[in-house]
Ligand binder design. Structure first.
Ligand SMILES: C[S@@+](CC[C@H](N)C(=O)[O-])C[C@H]1O[C@@H](n2cnc3c(N)ncnc32)[C@H](O)[C@@H]1O
Length: 188
């Protein structure tokens, strides 16, 4: 995946970590029981890892960018499992996770078909009753602007429930707040 320089700087910044920790994650995960075995798809620089570790006992992260995965392994390797790979086609086994989460990453998956494959993969990796949840930006001119020269394929919140249902999920809820959207769904 390509991230332009501005985007890389932002994602690696303390400001971004604070924004995710203080504002986005509390909203995106509000009221959810995530269980003891969690997977984050697309962790990037690891902005969400400390907050996720506070909510689960075992955290695995799946990152498509080898350099970022190596960086995460060096920084968090004692406390989490870092796997190199594609959230749309991983080699992880079926039905191991109580929760699969992803934040600010769906718009970096270049096609709708690949995003749909990621949703189906999240469903495959979850135990029955497990939760798929996360957040991303809503499509907007400003969101497009910071992705100049970068992958930009934002998900439309009004289309997301049907896409998650097609991937096999039930109890689907999609909500928007300001520039963001959050989703949660359950594997039957
Ligand atoms: C904008 S960053 C967001 C990082 C982090 N989730 C956050 O909220 O700060 C998007 C991340 O998703 C990763 N990514 C994109 N497509 C992916 C895929 N198919 N599978 C796994 N990771 C992916 C990128 O390499 C990048 O690290």
């Amino acid at each position: 995946m390509a991230m332009n320089l501005l985007h890389r700087r932002l994602c690696a910044s303390r400001l971004w970590r604070r924004h995710m920790h203080d504002t986005v994650l509390p909203w995106a995960l509000d009221g959810l029981d995530l269980g003891a075995v969690m997977l984050e798809i697309g962790p990037g620089y690891g902005a969400n890892i400390p907050a996720l570790l506070a909510r689960t006992s075992h955290l695995t992260v799946l990152e498509i960018d080898d350099d970022l995965a190596a960086r995460l392994r060096a920084r968090f390797g004692d406390t989490i499992t870092v796997v190199d790979g594609d959230g749309a086609a991983s080699t992880l086994p079926d039905a191991v996770f109580s929760a699969v989460v992803c934040f600010t990453m769906l718009h970096h998956v270049p096609t709708a078909a690949r995003q749909n494959a990621l949703f189906a993969e999240a469903c495959r990796l979850l135990r029955p009753g497990g939760v798929f949840a996360g957040s991303d930006g809503r499509p907007s001119a400003g969101f497009a602007l910071i992705h100049l020269g970068d992958t930009y394929n934002p998900v439309r919140p009004d289309a997301l429930p049907e896409r998650l249902a097609t991937a096999g999920f039930t109890d689907i809820d999609v909500d928007t707040r300001g520039p963001n959207q959050r989703f949660r769904a359950r594997k039957p």
